[in-house]
Write a protein that binds this ligand. Sequence first.
Ligand code: MN
Length: 255
Amino acid sequence: MTLLSDLVAAVSGGSIEVVDLTAPLSEQTPILTLPEQFGQTWPFALSEISRYDDRGPAWYWNNITTGEHTGTHFDAPVHWVTGGPDAEDVSQVAPRKLLAPAAVLDFSAEAAKDPDFLLEIDHVRQWEAQHGPLPKGGWLLYRTGWDARSSDADAFINGGRSPGISVECAKWIAEEAPVIGVGVETVGTDAGAAHSFDPAFPCHTFLLGSNKYGLTQLRNLGELPPTGAVVIAAPLPIVGGSGSPCRVLALVERR
Ligand code: MN
């Protein structure tokens, strides 16, 4: 037996479960709308080329249009001005970083009470006191319960009020925590109100500026243990891309 054959046997036998953390990608997938002076991202759309018809009698296929930052997606450092034009694009992220351990910090109860809830350094410290240090080279996955809103774009965007991470905590995660990035359930890694923070959009500012990554619109984080899950995050290798829709899976050991 080898490590990989043990892994395959555990997956087929059910002692390792594969949990899909990815939101379905469709024309209904919620997207960010920026103030009108800025350029806008496109929603996802299919455009049919043929469907077993005169345009292609034996085949069905589509063209797709989408923003890079639509649905469950990966933010690369080049996305933000603090990373800058020479920072990693999404095709340049080392494949070994796309498979990494995850810490799952559940603040869904707090976010249910307060849609503007912000994760603070002390919250992470309290989590670490209970579960141990954040994983080196891993993800901090921040559960807020927001995935329950993902089928209703209005509730998901919620008038721009959604939970996030404080300026101080984002800076700490970027500069001091051992993780390679943050994953969230909301439309972006920053809080809905983060345009008014100082600096604005601190997760983007500090994490991407520190060559770390973001994962957004995750779901099913509630099926993961606080520690021990392994995440496979697979963005398309778009050359020059600032981000990409991403299939995100978690391997979870079931006893
Ligand atoms: Mn993004």
